[in-house]
Design a protein around this ligand. Structure first.
Ligand code: PGA
Length: 317
């Protein structure tokens, strides 16, 4: 029997208001919450105002340009986390009972995953057309934030985090290579010593990227300082910058594409390359994986080699 004192929480729209509140509280910003939730900022402010009116207590205070949770806001934030965890658990067990007919798969992958994951998803959905699929593509740091909040069913990382207790399952090799424009003076050389790269302008991924981490590890390993010409936040932008003659970069070989390769891009024959990384499924230890997640992992393990690896094998070296 529901306690009558929680009547105000049963009002229409309360759950969406709490979702908005949770995002504002977590990000300490109305603007960032609006971006994350794909809402206009006035909508976010209006939702927070309605929520505070419903609960009859202020939830945030503004000091200078920053907003802070009031003591009531802090209590509500703690409660929201418990509530959303409970709802996620309910959804996960229901989704398991629904089986593969009406399940849902929320997948989050790091940026190079966009070159191969949609193809696997498309084939999987052909087999299970009623499954609702969502795909989030982010850099490694953002994926780690999402993982820590248990926002998705399954993650695909190339460099899984060490900071969390996670389960990993290998999917495919992810060779990291040095890309240059085809008319680069080193393009036809063999066995280039890594030290030679110190004279090259280098295009680096943004902080938080796993690709950047691998590139810096390689430079550190050889005791060479990269001459970073610019930092760009997508592999595609880096590819265009290389083609524009702005420099070279270390990226996943998948950046070349699976079917149509960019002929003006060369993979330099640098000693110690490719650096072998591995695409891996990742989920937190203790997570109750849904039947849809398990079916997708089984499908990928079986089909990825033919659907993807054959294409990568055709890439010129
Ligand atoms: P990135 O990721 O998209 O952050 O470069 C690769 C990874 O480390 O998973």
């Amino acid at each position: 029997m529901l306690n009558s004192s929680i009547k105000r929480y049963l009002r229409h729209g309360m759950l969406p208001q709490l979702a908005v509140f949770e995002a504002v509280a977590r990000l300490s910003s109305f603007t960032k919450a609006a971006d994350e939730l794909h809402l206009a900022q006035p909508t976010v402010s209006a939702q927070i105002k309605k929520l505070a009116d419903n609960l009859q207590i202020p939830l945030f205070e503004q000091i200078g340009k920053r907003i802070y949770l009031t003591p009531a806001g802090e209590k509500l934030y703690e409660g929201c986390q418990l509530l959303f965890t409970a709802l996620t658990n309910i959804e996960e067990s229901l989704s398991d009972l629904r089986g593969l007919e009406y399940g849902r798969l929320r997948l989050a992958v790091s940026t190079t995953g966009k070159y191969f994951v949609p193809r696997l998803l498309a084939e999987f959905v052909k087999l299970h057309p009623a499954i609702e699929v969502s795909l989030q593509i982010h850099n490694r740091n953002t994926l780690m934030d999402r993982l820590s909040r248990n926002e998705d069913d399954l993650y695909i990382f190339s460099n899984p985090p060490n900071e969390f207790e996670i389960v990993t399952q290998p999917i495919l090799p992810n060779p990291m290579v040095v890309f240059a424009r085809e008319d680069h003076p080193l393009a036809h050389e063999k066995k280039i010593a890594f030290a030679q790269l110190k004279n090259e302008k280098f295009i680096m991924r943004e902080p938080g990227s796993g690709t950047r981490m691998v590139a810096y590890e390689a430079f550190d390993h050889h005791g060479v300082e990269p001459q970073v010409q610019m930092e760009l936040s997508t592999n595609e932008a880096i590819k265009q910058a290389i083609l524009a003659g702005l420099g070279i970069s270390i990226l996943s070989q998948y950046t070349l594409g699976l079917d149509t390769f960019e002929p003006r891009l060369s993979i330099l024959n640098v000693q110690g390359f490719p650096i072998e990384r591995l695409w891996q499924f990742v989920y937190p230890v203790g997570k109750q994986t849904s039947s849809v997640s398990r079916a997708f992992m089984d499908f990928v393990r079986k089909e990825a080699p033919t659907l993807i690896e054959d294409h990568v094998g055709k890439i010129k070296g």
